[in-house]
Design a protein around this ligand. Structure first.
Ligand code: HEC
Length: 133
């Protein structure tokens, strides 16, 4: 009988621990590491999109010096120094360079990324822009 009690206690503490972990993850989600709402969250999410889809060409610093940059002429734009507004950025990201009478090597992302991801990546690009636009 004693061992049964011990086993039940063990199972219970195991569950309590699981609940604790879930609560911790939940609180992390609302903390500064993973902000969910507001401008900061959009910038954060956009940075993740950028790191996944754009760095090969535009570079980790968004200065147009990605690994593959030298393969393209014209070269991928320096996005930190871009003088384009949000609307233009959204359009060229969604529809690609060719649709905007620019290089075909800027791919269209409209069928790859969600609208939210495209808006987020633009928020990110605004946040690192040094052209003051
Ligand atoms: C295969 C290489 C490649 C990838 C990947 C790529 N781009 Fe580009 N991008 C380019 C090139 C090349 C240009 C310059 C086009 C030109 O000058 O005609 C460009 C231009 C741009 C521009 C216009 C900037 C300006 O000031 O005119 C924006 C904005 C942009 N890219 C955003 C992105 C984003 C966001 C991603 C990721 C979702 C991305 N690009 C992924 C190659 C790429």
């Amino acid at each position: 009988m004693k061992w049964l009690l011990a086993a039940a206690l063990l199972a219970l503490t195991g569950q309590l621990q699981a609940a604790n972990t879930a609560a911790e993850v939940e609180s992390l989600g609302n903390g500064p590491l993973l902000p969910r709402d507001g401008a900061d969250a959009a910038v954060f999410r956009g940075g993740v999109v950028f790191a996944n889809y754009c760095v090969t060409c535009h570079g980790i610093n968004a200065d147009g010096n990605g690994r593959a940059a030298r393969l393209y002429n014209p070269r991928p734009a320096n996005l930190r120094a871009s003088d384009k507004n949000e609307q233009y950025m959204l359009l060229i990201i969604r529809n690609g360079g060719q649709a905007m009478a620019r290089s075909q090597f800027m791919p269209p992302w409209g069928s790859e990324l969600t609208d939210e991801q495209m808006r987020d990546v633009v928020s990110y690009l605004r946040s690192i822009n040094v052209a003051g636009k």
